[in-house]
Design a protein. Structure first.
Length: 272
């Protein structure tokens, strides 16, 4: 697992976007062999999406031959609802880039048969050749997608009941009313994410520092589901300084020394 520590949220977002852009460019995708990108929602990736939009507008990257699969969606929330993840993705990303609508895949939280929807989603990922790069964020409790604490690390796409903590945290998007927050969601599983050829997690702010501490400083634990990234052969965590405040000093210094030696931060901050 590689950990990149950027100075602040903006530089974290620039680094992550440039890294993703270079991976797409290197793949030289075509209609016959597209680049398959996994996409998250939430506040952490907003800067990443903003930077990818900028690169697209500047003509430095194209999404014409990129196929996307989103991590999750609420159950029972209309796609047109401003807080649905369909709305989030089109408002914050897809409407601003040259991606083809038919190449966008987001779970249908209103499907008549939710279990079949999840099974079909896994089949669609497999048919696309698997995820080349899965972007993601983590929650304050270390969850990835809607794989809450206690989720199986071998889980695939499924229906998930949300924890009280998640419902309370997400109520800020629903007029601070927990009763308006959906109680279930469809989500890719931990194993779905780990099956990607590469994973890139963004993590920012002191509110995520405890989660980052458990994910990096301790062993793999189903109570901190993003800790499974330790087992991924090409797992990356990109964080800002604020998110590192709870890391062990030796851990922090190790990754800072390593990235300075490799020049990895400057390489991608100045890539475009």
């Amino acid at each position: 697992m590689r950990v990149i520590i950027a100075e602040d949220y903006e530089k974290m977002s620039i680094w992550a976007a440039n890294y993703v852009a270079e991976k797409i460019i290197e793949a030289n995708p075509s209609p016959e062999k597209p680049f398959v990108l996994g996409c998250p929602t939430g506040s952490s990736p907003l800067g990443l999406y903003k930077q990818l939009i900028k690169l697209n507008k500047e003509g430095k990257i194209s999404f014409q031959n990129v196929v996307t699969f989103n991590m999750d969606e609420y159950v029972g929330l209309p796609e047109s609802h401003p807080e649905s993840y369909h709305s989030f993705m089109w408002t914050n990303f897809f409407n601003h880039i040259d991606i083809k609508k038919e190449n966008v895949h987001i779970l249908n939280g209103n499907a008549k048969d939710l279990m079949k929807e999840c099974e079909d989603y896994e089949k669609a990922i497999e048919k696309a050749g698997g995820i080349d790069l899965f972007m993601g964020g983590i929650g304050p409790d270390g969850h990835i997608a809607f794989n809450e604490p206690g989720s199986s690390l071998g889980s695939k796409t499924r229906v998930k009941t949300l924890t009280t903590n998640t419902i309370q945290a997400n109520s800020r998007f629903f007029d601070n009313d927990v009763n308006k927050v959906p109680k279930q969601a469809l989500t890719v599983g931990v194993a779905t994410v780990m099956a990607a050829k590469e994973v890139l997690i963004v993590c920012n702010g002191p509110q995520k520092s405890r989660a980052l501490h458990h994910i990096i400083d301790y062993g793999i634990n189903h109570m901190w589901t993003a800790s499974a990234l330790q087992m991924h052969p090409h797992g990356n965590i990109v964080c800002d300084e604020d998110a590192t405040v709870d890391l062990k000093l030796s851990t922090y210094q190790y990754f800072k020394d390593k990235q300075q030696l490799e020049g990895i931060v400057e390489k991608y901050l100045n890539r475009f």
